[in-house]
Write a protein that binds this ligand. Sequence first.
Ligand code: DX5
Ligand code: ZN
Length: 219
Amino acid sequence: MKLIAPSILSADGGRLGLEISAVEKAGADWIHVDVMDGHFVPNITMGPAIIAALRKTTRLPFDVHLMIKNPDNYIEAFATAGADYITVHVEAARHLHRTVELIKKAGKKAGVSLNPATPLSSIEEILPDIDLLLIMSVNPGFGGQQFIKNALTKIKRASSMLAQLPQKPLLEVDGGITLSNISAIAQAGADVLVAGAAVFGTDNYSQTIAALKAAANKT
Ligand code: DX5
Ligand code: ZN
């Protein structure tokens, strides 16, 4: 079963709690939370205080995607705020193994993410230690961008790399996912599909999430 993780980056920022409850009711599996610092990416979003407040609005897992420099300094704060998965960028972590260990020591699932131009070879040595691999299919920073087509072959290659590991980390894809490309992305091997604009840009979340799920689970 493929999982749908709506990204609240595209939700109505003035009603985040209500938006989260609405997508939970509509059948979302995870809540994807994009944290941006204005340094690693050219945009700024939310920090641990907002996440802690939102934690009370849903029982769904919080999938926290850190697009920040020096992630080690903030792992504890995001863990305490209620993150379930904490994903860091390989391009932002100077000692990635230490960062992954910090996440696990905080009792959370550890994810590692790659920008579109970063090769899979850069995470080969950390694969045995992670719970999730996040492949970016847009350059991180903004919602509503177009899916980069070359990401599809990268997803397929990543999927076969992960299949060889005993702990079978989840493969997540983030950026530009729509109703028209979600089947191809799921068939390429993605387990978790992040969708921002494709969910929050519509007015019937139940219908949209049901359609995305059906397309993702079509074999
Ligand atoms: C981009 C974020 C994504 C974004 C996806 O930097 O990591 O999670 O919200 O949005 P869509 O699905 O609109 O491309
Ligand atoms: Zn994201």
